[in-house]
Design a protein around this ligand. Structure first.
Ligand SMILES: Cc1cc2nc3c(=O)[nH]c(=O)nc-3n(C[C@H](O)[C@H](O)[C@H](O)COP(=O)(O)O)c2cc1C
Ligand SMILES: [Mn+2]
Length: 474
C-alpha cells in the first residue's frame, strides 16, 4: 500500500498543503505545530532549504478525525466515539495476513551501500527548539527479529541522525525490540535492524499499537489493509522491508559497550523534555534505499493537546478492543483525552449491569498491553456521558465521583523514563514505575435508581420547543 495514493486522496479533498522553502532546522517543526493548533491540513514540505527539490517531509498526516477516517476508508463525518467504534470493529475482526514477496519495489529506486551511504542527504527535521539533533524517525517502523523465537517485530521508536552512517535509536523499557536487541547482545552479537521512514498510515499503524509479544505487526498491517503487505528481503539482515517504503535502511545495532552516542534531548509526547541527553545505542547503517523523490513522514510529539498524527483515536479504538476481548459488557465508548497526552486520561463509558461492573471496566482498561502502557487516570462514566466531551466528563467527575469512596490508586505500574512527574530519586534507583488512579465518575450501582434525575430537558421536549421557537434561538 502506497503513501502516495493516500496523499493523492488528501489532495483531492483539499486536505494537503504544499509548503516550499522551509528550513529543516526548526521551521518545518514550528510550522507543523502552528498548523496543528489551527486544525489545518496535512503539510508536504518540498524545496526544503539546502536540499534538492523532491526530497520531502510530510507532517500532520492524519492529525484530524477526518483524515484518520480517510486513512481507514471510513465516512469523514462520524461523531468522535462512533469513529473510534468503527476503528475498534476493524481491530476486533482483524485477521493477520502474512506478508508476501513484492512484485514491484519502488523502495529500490535508489540503493547505496557501505561508504556511499549518506543519511545527511535527507532533510531530517530538528523539530523543537531544545532538541539535541535532527530526527529522521518519528513516524518510523523499526524492524527486528527475535533471535530465539524467530518472529519479526515492527515498532515505532525514535531515530536521531548522528552522522552520515550512524543513527541513534531510543527504545523504552517494555518494548519488544528492546528485548530482541538484548538477546543478541547477550550472545555478544550486534542486532540486525531495518527501519522505514515513510509509509502509508495503515502500514505504519500496527507499529505504534501495543500488539502483544509474538504478534507480527506486518501481518496485522495486512489484516488492516485487507491484502498482504508486499515486502522485499533485506540483503544484509534478511528482514522484511515494505516494498513501498519511501526511505529504508538496513544495519546493525551493536552492544552499547561497543558503541553508544549521546541521544536527545527530544521534545517528548507528554509535552516535556524529560529524558534529557543520555548515552544510547546506535544503528550502524550498511545500506540505504529510497524512492525517487522520497517523502519522510514526520510525527513530532507536540505539547498536548497537539497531536501530529491523531493516533489517540487509534489508541482509544485499541483499548476498547482490549476491553471487549476481556469480555467486559456494556462498554458504550472509550476516549483518550488529548490534553492527557493520548494515554494519561482514559475515559470509558459503561452501561452498568451489576455491582462492581464499573470497577472491573476501570481495572481492565489499565491491564491490556495498550491500556497498561504508561497511563495515569482511568475515568469511568455512565452511558449518558460522551467520553470525548471534556465538559461532560468533568461534570460527571464533579457530580458522580465521591473522592472518599470512588477513587482508587494502584502503585508499581508500567511507566517509562518519559514520565515528567517521576521523582528524581525513584528514577535514580531504577524504579521506573508510576501509579494509576481509577475514578468511578458514575452513579453508584446499588442506589443508581435513586440517583437524582438530570435537569436537562428531554430530547422530545427539546425537539418540540426547538420546532416552535426556532426563530428566537441564536
Ligand atoms: C509517534 C510515535 C513515536 C514513538 N516513539 C517511541 C520511542 O521513541 N521509543 C519507544 O520506545 N516507543 C515509542 N513510541 C511508542 C511505541 O511505538 C509503541 O508503544 C509500540 O507499541 C511499540 O511497539 P512494540 O510493542 O512492538 O515494542 C512511539 C509511538 C508513536 C505513535
Ligand atoms: Mn510488537
Amino acid at each position: 500500500m502506497d503513501l502516495r495514493k493516500f496523499l493523492g486522496q488528501l489532495q483531492d479533498s483539499h486536505e494537503l498543503r504544499v509548503v516550499e522553502n522551509a528550513d529543516r532546522d526548526l521551521e518545518i517543526g514550528v510550522i507543523t505545530e502552528l498548523c496543528n493548533e489551527r486544525n489545518g491540513p496535512a503539510l508536504l514540505f518540498d524545496h526544503i532549504t539546502g536540499y534538492p527539490a523532491g526530497y520531502r517531509v510530510v507532517s500532520n498526516l492524519t492529525a484530524t478525525l477526518k483524515r484518520q477516517a480517510m486513512a481507514f476508508g471510513l465516512p469523514v463525518d462520524l461523531p468522535n466515539v462512533e469513529l473510534v467504534r468503527r476503528i475498534k470493529d476493524r481491530l476486533v475482526g482483524l485477521k493477520p495476513i502474512v506478508p508476501v514477496p513484492a512484485t514491484a519495489a519502488p523502495v529500490l529506486d535508489n540503493v547505496q551501500e557501505g561508504e556511499d551511504v549518506d543519511l545527511l542527504k535527507f532533510p531530517s527535521p530538528r523539530w523543537h527548539e531544545h532538541d539535541g539533533g535532527r530526527y529522521i524517525g518519528t513516524a518510523d517502523l523499526v524492524i527486528t527479529r527475535d533471535p530465539v523465537e524467530g518472529w519479526v517485530n515492527a515498532g515505532t521508536y525514535r531515530i536521531q541522525v548522528h552522522d552520515s552512517r550512524t543513527l541513534g535509536l531510543y527504545i523504552v523499557p517494555g518494548h519488544h525490540a528492546r528485548y530482541m536487541r538484548e538477546s543478541y547482545w547477550a550472545q555478544g552479537k550486534a542486532c540486525p535492524v531495518a527501519a522505514v521512514f515513510g509509509a502509508h498510515p495503515l502500514v505504519w499503524m500496527p507499529a505504534y499499537l501495543q500488539f502483544p509479544w509474538g504478534s507480527e505487526e506486518f501481518a496485522m498491517a495486512g489484516g488492516l489493509l485487507g491484502q498482504p503487505l508486499e515486502v522485499i528481503k533485506g540483503e544484509h539482515t534478511g528482514l522484511p522491508i515494505p516494498a513501498y517504503s519511501e526511505v529504508a535502511i538496513e544495519g546493525e545495532c551493536p552492544p552499547p559497550e561497543v558503541e553508544s552516542r549521546q541521544e536527545g534531548p527530544f521534545g517528548e509526547w507528554p509535552g516535556y523534555y524529560t529524558t534529557g541527553a543520555r548515552q544510547e545505542a546506535v544503528i550502524r547503517v550498511k545500506r540505504v534505499m529510497y524512492r525517487r523523490d522520497p517523502i519522510i513522514v514526520g510525527a513530532p510529539p507536540l505539547k498536548p493537546p497537539g497531536s501530529a498524527h491523531g493516533h489517540y483515536i487509534v489508541h482509544a479504538a485499541y483499548m476498547w478492543h482490549e476491553l471487549e476481548k476481556l469480555g467486559i459488557p456494556g462498554v458504550k465508548g472509550l476516549w483518550c483525552n488529548r490534553s492527557g497526552s493520548n494515554r494519561y486520561i482514559i475515559v470509558v463509558s459503561v452501561q452498568q449491569k451489576y455491582a462492581g461492573h464499573a470497577r472491573q471496566a476501570a481495572m481492565a482498561a489499565m491491564s491490556g498491553p495498550e491500556g497498561a502502557f504508561h497511563g495515569r487516570f482511568v475515568i469511568v462514566v455512565d452511558e449518558d456521558i460522551d467520553p470525548s466531551n471534556q465538559d461532560d466528563v468533568l461534570w460527571a467527575l464533579a457530580t458522580r465521583c465521591d473522592p472518599a469512596t470512588a477513587i482508587e490508586v494502584v502503585t508499581g505500574c508500567w511507566s517509562t523514563p518519559l514520565d515528567p512527574i517521576m521523582p528524581p530519586e525513584k528514577r535514580k534507583a531504577g524504579d521506573l514505575t508510576n501509579s494509576r488512579a481509577m475514578l468511578l465518575a458514575c452513579r453508584p450501582y446499588h442506589w443508581m435508581k435513586d440517583f437524582p434525575k438530570v435537569n436537562r430537558a428531554s430530547d422530545e421536549l427539546r425537539a418540540k420547543t426547538l420546532a416552535k421557537w426556532k426563530a428566537i434561538l441564536p
